[in-house]
Design a binder for this molecule. Structure first.
Ligand SMILES: [Fe+2]
Ligand SMILES: [Fe+2]
Length: 276
């Protein structure tokens, strides 16, 4: 079974900077002969506040003939409490009505594939708790299937037991809970996006993959991270185990966020300048 992971496409009808990568990505996706595509979030530039960003991006995704499952990113449903666009009922409703569910489960070929809304993690509210309980039930009911988890945010950036990385990864308390579930249920893969760095590694018995963005890399405006600056996708081959390959998809442009951030995310620039 071949599953393609794409992530961080950041499409928008009125901020079209990265939209040009869709055509080469679509052409490549159709030629892969994949059984399934998983999008690990940040479909949009500002789906957290704009209906049209979600509908525009979903219309593009529906052009793909291969089935696709999607988990939301922070640009789609918002982020942590205290951020400019925290996840809230309105944002979740927008996503669930215009895109789809924000978590899902699919059984195929001896595998149970689970998609998580990682933006709920860190809120310590009913939505977060309900998802943890749903995840636990899904893992306990896996039968003999092996597990692959897909989420927007990675478990960690530099070290599995590091402290709070703020914007970048799952917070320590929720990460601990995920580690306990991962250890108890033979989770073979945790595949994520969000960082705009492409990297592969392991944590104990679980293979970790950070999918490359399909939109932009980040040069100097954020910290260096493990892995490489790359635009592309990931091929996950599922047999008895999972083999993952990061792919440099031909014809896609590696836009550099530093060059366009004033146009694409002016609020973030203002906030940064105010803090300096
Ligand atoms: Fe992103
Ligand atoms: Fe993100």
């Amino acid at each position: 079974m071949k599953i393609i992971q794409i992530t961080d496409t950041h499409f928008s009808p009125n901020k079209p900077h990265f939209n040009g990568n869709w055509e080469p990505l679509l052409t490549w996706l159709e030629a892969t002969g994949a059984d399934l595509i998983v999008h690990t979030g940040d479909l949009t530039v500002d789906g957290a506040d704009k209906d049209e960003d979600i509908t525009f991006s979903m219309d593009l995704m529906r052009q793909v003939k291969i089935p696709m499952l999607i988990v939301p990113g922070n640009h789609d449903v918002g982020h942590l409490p205290g951020s400019d666009q925290p996840v809230n009922a309105e944002r979740l409703k927008r996503w669930r009505s215009l895109a789809d569910q924000d978590r899902w489960l699919e059984d195929a070929n001896g595998w149970r594939l689970i998609g998580l809304n990682s933006l709920l993690l860190g809120h310590e509210d009913e939505e977060e708790e309900a998802q943890f309980e749903w995840l636990q039930r899904a893992l306990e009911a896996r039968g003999g299937r092996r597990i692959a988890l897909f989420a927007h945010k990675p478990l960690f950036v530099d070290e599995p037991h590091e402290g709070d990385t703020g914007y970048w990864s799952v917070r320590p308390a929720q990460r601990r809970r995920l580690y306990d579930l991962i250890a108890a249920h033979d989770v073979a893969l945790f595949a994520s996006g969000h960082l705009h760095w492409a990297w592969q590694g392991r944590f104990e018995r679980t293979s970790l993959t950070w999918g490359p963005s399909a939109a932009f890399i980040i040069d100097k405006m954020e910290r260096e991270m493990p892995g490489e600056r790359l635009i592309g996708a990931v091929v996950h081959e599922f047999g008895g185990d999972v083999q993952s390959r990061i792919i440099d998809v031909p014809g896609m442009t590696a836009h550099v966020l530093d060059d366009v951030v004033h146009e694409v995310y002016p609020q973030a620039v203002k906030k940064r300048e105010a803090a300096e």
